[in-house]
Design a protein. Sequence first.
Length: 142
Amino acid sequence: MKKLILAATLLGLVGTVHGDIQAPPGAEYTSSRKLGRAISNILYGVMEIPEQLGRKNDSLGRKAGWSYGLVNGTQKAFKRMGYGFYELFTFHCPTYKGTFKPPYSKCGADWRVEMNPSDGLSEFPPELGFESYFSHTRTQTW
């Protein structure tokens, strides 16, 4: 009887250890997220222009910011809006390697990167102005 109880206990412990089922890596990418990504890319894709103006101004100077930044931002805005319309018309079917992941933020073997370094497009458009998702401030209180 003791062997039966011991076997049942061990089987129960092994069953709980192997019963840890997690979501697959791409489970957060669904058709509704693809639709939201498409709408945000269409509506806010033009935010790439002032974003690139600021980035190129900071890294290369004012003249490059207003010339190269304007051209690069316009190129990225049209690319983002094109991907937005593509994902709007295909949001109901998995198009990128059988998943709903964005085809433009893939970088190498690790698909969880935020930005593709070859074209610089993140999953969602950049946010200008006050960024409300930071829970801390830069001021120091005494």
